[in-house]
Structures are given as structure tokens and as C-alpha cells.
Ligand binder design. Structure first.
Ligand code: HPA
Ligand code: ZN
Length: 325
């Protein structure tokens, strides 16, 4: 059995983490005070008491209003740098980090404040040896037109953004809603991934559209795929990464999806362990590794394989992969 000490010491890549999901109660309250934003809570206990979700929708209903405390470029910088220091402590060597510009622009924050703050933190993290990059997400419950406008607005900043993702409420928002925008993103040189959240209505159809039509390079969550052996073969053969987030699944879907992951490991699928929204779901990456290891009695070999998968499915060159593996 792999111990917590072993997990802590293992070099890892983080591939599924929302920067807005690293907003800890302490920083949330400090920024609320600094920026004069009323979030309806004034103590850490009150903030934590508001964290009672049992579905993706109930989580998102707490998650988006909290973002009101993020106002200036420095706020975004501080949020990301605080996370990156934590990642360094947990032996994360490489990170691809989601952010949601539309969630900030719709409340009057400029795109450039968001991207410049987050990007500056990624640059500064090089000083402590974390190589971090940004994945810009479309909010799937907003229109395709809004996603297209975001791609336009991002054009002058493209050097600061590695890839495109898709998050927020999946219900009635299938991958194909963004077929054209994903095509444009690929043509512009972005890498592409998208969420296929756990236990959603039409999960398998959404996964199939993402893989066969949009042709994503990774799938975020997506472990429901075990319901369809043909799709499991597809991701195994094309070495498409699945970014699994055990603590998130346990809270939002009431199921850590541990059996699914064992099955995927057995099928040589490149599944990795990640943190999703650690300030909300009760743990950073090593807590996620530990929770899954304990649940499944994972061996050292299996845990090493999961960490290797994280580097193998990262958007880096084969040469850079060699330096980590
Ligand atoms: N799914 C959908 N939207 C999200 C998530 C997620 O896991 N985390 C933050 N926004
Ligand atoms: Zn996510």
C-alpha cells in the first residue's frame, strides 16, 4: 500500500484544477473586506457553513457568487500564487490550470485583469520550480456566441493561454453546442479539453460527442466512460487522458468513482488524479491521491502509474516528459 509519505514525495502534474476553486475562506474574507464586497458571511465558520452541496448545480450556486470578491489584477495574482505555493509544497512540478473569464467579465471585471494576474503568478512560480500554464474555459451554460466573443477578446493574449476547456452546468449543454468554437480554437493553435461531469443526464452521449466529433485531447472527469467498452478502447488507443477528481466526485456526485478508476487503470487508460476545486471539496492533490489510495488499497506501482499518467497526458513535449518520468 502506498503511504501518505510516499504520495507527498512523488512528483506530480495537476491537470484539473480551477483557479477560482482555490479561493480559501481566509482569502475570500480578506478580499471581501479589502474590496468592500458583501458576501453575506463574516467569519470562516459562516463561510464553511455555506458549503453544503450535493450536486454540481448546488456547488455552482455557491461557487460563482463567491467570485465577487475578486476585483483587481492583483487579486487574481494573489489567488493563483497562493495556490502555486501550495502546489509546490505538495510536489506538483507541472500544472495546467482552468480559469473562467466569463464569470468575471459578466460582473464588470476586464478580461486583461484576469489573464494578466493569473499569468504573472504562473511566471513567478518558475522561481520555485513549478511550470504552470492556463486553460481558458467557456462557460457551457452561456451561449456559443458568448464563447466566440471570448475567443476574439483573448486573441491578443493568446501567448499566455495554452488551451481551451469547457465547464459549468452540463445539463442541456452538450459538447456539440460549441462545435464551431472548438474548431476555431484548434485552428488558432489551442490545445483542447472539456468537462464530462460525473453522473450527468446523457453522460455517455456527451463523452461520445467530445471524443468522436470535437476530438478533444483530454476529458475532464469522464470516468462514466466505463459504461461503454468501445469508448474505453478509443481513449486507451489514442492515449487520451482522463482527469479524475475523487474528492470532488465524492461531494458533488456522492460517489468517489473508485471502482471505475480501478477498471480504467486495468485497461491501461491514462487516468490521472487531480483536485478540481480544492478550497470547496476538502483537499488538495495529495489528499485526493490519499483518499483514492485508501479506498482502493492501491499499490505503490498503481500510484506511480497514476502520477506517470499525469505527465504523459500533459501538454508538453516528449523531451520535457522525459525530465519528469
Ligand atoms: N464541473 C463543472 N464546472 C465546474 C467544475 C466542475 O468540476 N469546477 C468548477 N466549475
Ligand atoms: Zn472541474
Amino acid at each position: 500500500l502506498a503511504t501518505r509519505d510516499f504520495i507527498d514525495g512523488l512528483p506530480k502534474a495537476e491537470l484539473h484544477l480551477h483557479l477560482e476553486g482555490t479561493l480559501e475562506p481566509e482569502l475570500k474574507l480578506a478580499l471581501a473586506q479589502k474590496n468592500g464586497v458583501d458576501i453575506g458571511q463574516s467569519t470562516i465558520e459562516e463561510v464553511q457553513a455555506s458549503y453544503n452541496f450535493n450536486s454540481l448545480a448546488s456547488f455552482l450556486a455557491v461557487y460563482y457568487p463567491a467570485m465577487n470578491v475578486l476585483q483587481t489584477e492583483d487579486d487574481f495574482y494573489q489567488l493563483a500564487l497562493t495556490y502555486l505555493k501550495k502546489a509546490h509544497q505538495e510536489n506538483v512540478r507541472y500544472a495546467e490550470l482552468f480559469f473562467d473569464p466569463q464569470a468575471h467579465m459578466t460582473r464588470g471585471v476586464a478580461f486583461e485583469a484576469v489573464v494578466n494576474g493569473f499569468y504573472r503568478a504562473c511566471v513567478d512560480a518558475r522561481a520555485f520550480n513549478v511550470d504552470a500554464h492556463l486553460i481558458m474555459c467557456f462557460l457551457r451554460d452561456l451561449s456559443a456566441e458568448s464563447a466566440r466573443q471570448l475567443l476574439e477578446i483573448a486573441k491578443p493574449y493568446q501567448a499566455k493561454i495554452l488551451g481551451i476547456g469547457l465547464d459549468s452546468d452540463e445539463h442541456h449543454n452538450p459538447p456539440l453546442k460549441f462545435l464551431r468554437e472548438y474548431g476555431d480554437a484548434v485552428a488558432q493553435g489551442y490545445r483542447i479539453t472539456m468537462h464530462a461531469d460525473i453522473d450527468q443526464v446523457d453522460s455517455i452521449q456527451h463523452i461520445q460527442q467530445a471524443l468522436e466529433i470535437i476530438r478533444v485531447e483530454r476529458l475532464d472527469h469522464g470516468t462514466n466512460i466505463v459504461e461503454n467498452p468501445d469508448l474505453v478502447d478509443w481513449v486507451e488507443q489514442l492515449k487520451i487522458g482522463l482527469t479524475f477528481c475523487p474528492l470532488s466526485n465524492r461531494l458533488v456526485a456522492d460517489d468517489m468513482k473508485d471502482r471505475e478508476v480501478l477498471e480504467l487503470i486495468d485497461h491501461n487508460v491514462k487516468v490521472s488524479i487531480n483536485s478540481d476545486d480544492p478550497a470547496y471539496f476538502g483537499g488538495y492533490i495529495n489528499d485526493n491521491y490519499e483518499a483514492n489510495t485508501t479506498k482502493n488499497d492501491l499499490t505503490i506501482d498503481q500510484v506511480v502509474q497514476l502520477a506517470k499518467n499525469s505527465f504523459e497526458t500533459a501538454w508538453i513535449s516528449d523531451f520535457q516528459k522525459q525530465t519528469y518520468l
